[in-house]
Design a protein around this ligand. Structure first.
Ligand code: S3P
Length: 425
């Protein structure tokens, strides 16, 4: 049952992809020579990566939609005091910078906000210690703040215990920066932006099934990047259009890497009409314009093997499920418990506050719709994707969903609220 009251219309250019923005700055710094980056996401998480790279000795200009980065190679400092890396709310900064830090000649201290201080870091310390880096826990075991003392690393052949692009990338970056070959095998395919950057920058990288092998690399070429629109941000507006009673939305220039677009396949299963127009390639990634229109929605089941391709989109798919006919289940998504908040608990408790029939499972959730959504106070725990998911539910139902921390959207999508107001006017 689509929310018949809402009409949507408009064309949106969603902000640059967050994963590619982090990597654009890192690869720009690590290269030897000048890289150009256009369309970078200017948000709190990406600022954390820029600040962390600066603390380690690279020169990163202020973030802008067009940037020039003069990379000076993979080990910019030759000693001196610890580098303090302010990772803020950003798991991607903390995990990927751990890989880079492990190969440096200076020690680094990584820290972040209250949310980051609860997130697991052993998943990176274990492989990086196996390569020869040293981790010291300065607060709670296995969490930031942590000190990493790097140096000459040895080669590893590592099988990941969790499907995580962040951990895969940390190992690849450690191998890259120390000139050491590494092999990483993942249990399920996760986003492959690091591999694409490595290939574009001339590293010797070989992908066979779920195993990625990086050869010893001395020097990285600069690459020019046009950052495509973030599918994880587009997902909020795609869900809005899918649930609206009338109208459609055009989302321009969205990254359509199949390892990121599981949510589109789910929206189609739920009954939404999704078209890709002007399919093209940009910086080695598939990109296109999405046109999304609503229809009567039905529940679906999201299976473990598709979870990595939509891991960040589960909150918005769960709120949409509240308006769909029948049951929606998500399984194999226990990683959601260690995101910016415990997203299984946070989504379910907020849905219930809205009067929706929703239940937690250890590795996922169940939502039974369609529900009559009621006014409610939404507790985000500072989690940007929770704020935006319930912003979409509020717009679709016309209910007063009072979000406790609307500004937390600055982590990934600073223009979210004005964009939402514009397309629902
Ligand atoms: C990211 C990987 C994912 C994702 C995060 C960004 C990346 O995390 O949830 O928002 O840029 O590599 P995991 O690798 O921990 O699943």
């Amino acid at each position: 049952m689509a929310a018949a009251t809402l009409r949507v219309a408009g064309v949106l250019q969603v902000p640059g992809d967050k994963s590619i923005s982090h990597r654009s700055l890192m690869f720009g710094a690590l290269a030897t020579g000048r890289s150009r980056v256009r369309g970078l996401l200017q948000s709190a998480d990406v600022i954390a990566t820029a600040d962390s790279l600066r603390a380690m000795g690279w020169t990163i200009p202020p973030l802008a939609s067009e940037m020039v980065i003069d990379g000076c190679g993979m080990r910019p400092r030759d000693g001196g005091a610890d580098a303090a890396l302010p990772c803020a709310n950003s798991g991607t900064t903390a995990r990927l910078m751990s890989g880079i830090a492990s190969a440096q000649r200076v020690s680094s201290v990584l820290d972040g906000d209250a949310s980051l201080r609860t997130r697991p870091m052993r998943r990176v310390s274990e492989p990086l210690e196996a390569m020869g880096a040293r981790f010291e826990w300065l607060g709670t075991e296995g969490r930031v703040p942590m000190r990493i003392t790097g140096g000459a690393l040895r080669s590893i052949d590592w099988t990941l215990g969790v499907a995580s692009a962040q951990v895969k990338s940390a190992i690849l970056l450690a191998g890259l920066c120390s000139g050491t070959p590494v092999r990483v095998t993942e249990p399920l395919e996760t986003r492959d932006h690091t591999e694409r950057f490595l290939r574009a920058a001339g590293a010797s990288i070989h992908v066979q099934g779920r195993a990625v092998t990086l050869g010893a690399t001395e020097r990285l070429n600069p690459v020019d990047v046009e950052v495509p629109g973030d599918p994880s941000s587009a997902a909020f507006f795609a869900a809005l259009a899918a649930g609206a009673g009338e109208g459609s939305l055009v989302l321009q220039g969205v990254l359509l890497n199949p390892r990121r677009t599981g949510f589109l396949r789910v929206l189609e299963r739920m009954g939404a009409v999704v078209h890709v127009e002007s399919a093209r390639e940009s910086a080695g990634e598939p990109v296109g314009d999405l046109v999304v229109r609503g229809s009567s929605l039905r529940g679906t089941s999201i299976e473990p093997d598709e979870v990595p391709s939509l891991i960040d989109e589960v909150p918005v798919l769960a709120v949409l499920a509240a308006l769909a006919e029948g049951e929606t289940t998500v399984a194999g998504a226990e990683e959601l418990r260690v995101k910016e908040s415990d997203r299984i608990a946070t989504v379910v408790s907020n849905l219930r506050a809205c009067g929706v029939d929703a239940e937690e499972r250890p590795d996922g959730l169940v939502v039974r719709g369609p529900s009559r959504v009621q006014d409610a106070s939404i507790v985000t725990h500072g989690d940007h994707r929770i704020a935006m998911a319930f912003g979409i539910l509020g717009a679709l139902t016309g209910r007063d969903l009072r979000i406790d921390d609307p500004a937390c959207v600055n982590v990934s999508f600073p223009s979210f609220w004005p964009d939402l107001a514009r397309v629902t006017r």
